[in-house]
Write a protein that binds this ligand. Structure first.
Ligand code: PLP
Length: 368
């Protein structure tokens, strides 16, 4: 529609709309000029792994050696490697829904089975430990924890994370913690599960990357920090699949990890302002249920109030809003969050104002 010249406002983006910081760009350009354009060790350069280890110690209270780190082509790739090395056919991985759909597909690609724990907006998408415990079977191999969450913006409280860690310890399964949105929290605190105790660290794979925090989605640098045997298996696996992530992108990632945290805080603060704006505008729509997103850059309102007639599902509603309001959203069903739409507020304040006004008008027609 955009290509046809139609003024579509998009809330579909899964990436920050800021430029990559100059200091990062310059480090990568300098690396190219210095000839760092060849293969590196498959699991990443020594200086990148050292910068990641230093970051994990400084910001996450996690002490790992560079040998325990595998740098990959994005956190998505790190999750994929993790599933490939942890799962045997028929192994189960607990997912807390709504979840990023890639997890379920990557579990299946490794021969595993997702076992879903459902949560609702009323509980701000935080599962009770009883429900998590009910999902455990003799085939449970891992639980995937994504806090802050895509698509809900939920940030799991410390008690929930500790309870999950205790269950993993008691029933002997792995924890895969995708912490890619850790720096984007608003009045909530992020906790790194692997830092809880050495015993928990021994069963946790921590996944992160530079995409979201530093606005570097196109650079494709993510990483996993894992117990040594898992890290070695992931490194061997990656060696046969992609080899190293791009050499000069790794240099950019080192610059990002070492850059002044004030620039990161400025981006976080801007997202917080946009979050406040979109949440307050959405809450003015009668019938919309809008849970408080405490992290990442997504609002996940429940719009099932507006279903009826030809618009029976969130998929229909997303299509209706695109056609009627010229606003792009992502239907919640793709994340096992039926009834909801995901609205990314990685958009300008002007687009947020205009876009939500259009949504309100189109939804108003459905209840008129
Ligand atoms: C929860 C979550 N994990 C990982 C990723 C992927 O990040 P990367 O760009 O590092 O592959 C995304 C991107 O949308 C995400 O939402």
């Amino acid at each position: 529609m955009k290509a046809e010249g139609i003024d579509v406002i998009s809330f579909a983006a899964g990436e920050p709309d800021f430029n990559t910081p100059d200091v990062v760009n310059e480090a990568a350009i300098a690396a190219i000029h210095a000839g760092l354009t060849k293969y590196t060790p498959s699991s990443g350069t020594k200086d990148l792994k050292e910068a990641i280890a230093a970051k994990l110690a400084r910001e996450n209270g996690l002490n790992v050696s560079p040998d325990q780190i595998v740098a990959s082509c994005g956190a998505k790739h790190s999750v994929y490697n993790t599933m490939q090395v942890l799962l045997d056919p028929g192994d189960e991985v607990i997912l807390i829904a709504p979840y990023w759909m890639t997890y379920a597909e990557q579990i299946r690609l490794a021969g595993g089975e997702p076992v879903v724990v459902h949560t609702t907006g009323d509980e701000e998408f935080v599962p009770t430990l009883e429900r998590v415990a009910q999902a455990i079977t003799p085939r449970t191999r891992a639980i995937l924890v994504n806090s802050p969450s895509n698509p809900t913006g939920a940030v799991l409280p410390l008690q929930t994370l500790q309870g999950i860690a205790n269950l993993a310890q008691k029933h002997d399964f792995w924890i895969v913690a995708d912490e890619i949105y850790e720096r984007l929290v608003y009045g909530a605190e992020h906790h790194t599960i692997a830092s809880f105790s050495p015993e928990i660290a021994e069963r946790t794979i921590t996944i992160n990357g530079v995409s979201k925090t530093y606005s570097m989605t196109g650079w494709r640098i993510g990483y996993a920090a894992a117990p040594l045997p898992v890290a070695k298996a992931m490194s061997n696996f990656q060696d046969q699949v992609t080899s190293n992530p791009t050499s000069f992108a790794q240099k950019g990632a080192v610059a990002a990890l070492n850059m002044d945290s004030a620039a990161v805080e400025a981006m976080r603060a801007e997202f917080e302002g946009r979050r406040d704006l979109i949440v307050s505008l959405l809450r003015q729509i009668p019938g919309a249920q809008v849970p408080e997103p405490r992290g990442a850059f997504y609002a996940f309102p429940n719009f099932s109030h507006f279903f009826g007639g030809e618009v029976a599902t969130d998929l229909d509603l997303a299509t209706y809003l695109l056609q009627e309001a010229k606003v792009a959203t992502v239907p919640g069903s793709v994340f096992e969050g039926a009834g909801h739409l995901r609205l990314s507020y990685a958009a300008s304040r002007d687009d947020i104002q205009r876009g939500v006004a259009r949504i309100a008008e189109a939804l108003g027609k459905r209840t008129a």
